[in-house]
Design a binder for this molecule. Structure first.
Ligand code: GLP
Length: 239
C-alpha cells in the first residue's frame, strides 16, 4: 500500500483530486467509485472547481456509489442520493443517466442488491474507487463482523456507526439502522483504490490498516489484498 501523509485536510483533498483529475484526463470515459461521509467532501469541492475552470469534465464519466441507507427516500436530505447531488453531481457536467447509487426506495432490498451488483459487473471496470474509513475500520457499510460479505448486500449498522453518523441527523433515533452496501469483493474489483482518512478519530482504524494484518474485525484491512491502494491521510490520522 502506498501511503501519502499530508499536513492537513486541504492537502489531502487536493492530492486525491489530483489523482482523479489525472485519470479523467487520461480517459474521459472513466468509471469512478464514489463514497459519502464528510471525508471526501473536500475532494469533491476540488473536482467541482477543476470542472468549472474547464480542466476536467464529467460529461462521459460513469459513477457507482458504495452504499445507501435502507429504507430511505431520495428526497431525504440525509440520503446518500441527496448527498451526492448536493456535494458533487449538481455542480459538474455529469450526465445523471450515468450515475449509479443503490436505491434506498426499492421495495425489495435483496432484488435491489442483485440489480446493483449486476450493473457493476456489466459496466467497464471501476478505474478509481474512493473510500473513506469508519472509526471502527468499516469501508462503505461493511461493518466489523465475524464474516464479511463479498457482494452488494443489506446490512445492519453497528452502534459505533449510528453514533458517528448521528451528527448529520436531528437525533440518533433518526439514523437508519440498515443499509445497502457494496461488499468487500465488489470494492476490490476496482483497478485502483484511494482510501482517505483525516482527524485523530481515524487513528486506530489507520493503524489497523497499516499493521499489515488482515481481520474482519477491521474490514478496511482487507485492502491489503489489493495491489493498487493509496492511503492519503493527514498527520492527525497517521500514527
Ligand atoms: C459512513 C459511510 C462510509 C464512510 C464512513 C466515514 O458511514 N458509509 O462510506 O467512509 O462512514 O464517514 P466520515 O467520512 O464522515 O468520517
Amino acid at each position: 500500500m502506498r501511503v501519502i501523509v499530508c499536513k492537513d485536510y486541504e492537502e489531502m483533498s487536493k492530492k486525491a483530486a489530483d489523482i482523479v483529475a489525472g485519470q479523467l484526463a487520461m480517459n474521459p470515459k472513466s468509471v469512478l467509485g464514489l463514497a459519502t461521509g464528510s471525508t471526501p467532501v473536500g475532494t469533491y469541492k476540488e473536482l467541482i472547481n477543476r470542472c468549472k475552470d474547464g480542466t476536467i469534465s464529467f460529461k462521459d464519466v460513469t459513477t457507482f456509489n458504495l452504499d445507501e441507507y435502507y429504507p430511505i427516500k431520495k428526497s431525504n436530505s440525509q440520503s446518500y442520493d441527496y448527498f451526492m447531488n448536493d456535494n458533487l453531481f449538481n455542480h459538474v457536467d455529469i450526465d445523471k443517466a450515468n450515475v449509479n447509487i443503490p436505491n434506498g426506495e426499492a421495495a425489495d432490498a435483496a432484488e435491489e442488491c442483485k440489480r446493483y451488483e449486476a450493473k457493476i459487473a456489466s459496466s467497464p471496470q471501476v478505474d478509481i474507487q474512493i473510500l473513506g474509513i469508519g472509526q471502527n475500520g468499516h469501508i462503505a457499510f461493511n461493518e466489523p463482523e465475524e464474516e464479511l460479505y463479498s457482494e452488494t448486500h443489506l446490512t445492519g449498522l453497528t452502534d459505533n456507526t449510528i453514533e458517528a453518523n448521528a451528527r448529520f441527523f436531528e437525533k440518533k433515533e433518526d439514523v437508519p439502522t440498515t443499509a445497502l452496501t457494496m461488499g468487500i469483493g465488489t470494492i476490490m474489483k476496482a483497478k485502483k483504490i484511494i482510501i482517505l482518512a483525516n482527524g485523530a478519530a481515524k487513528k486506530d482504524a489507520v493503524a489497523a490498516l497499516l499493521s499489515g494484518k488482515i481481520t474482519t474485525a477491521s474490514p478496511a484491512t482487507m485492502l491489503n489484498c489489493h495491489n493498487d491502494v493509496v492511503l492519503i491521510c493527514d498527520e492527525a490520522a497517521y500514527n
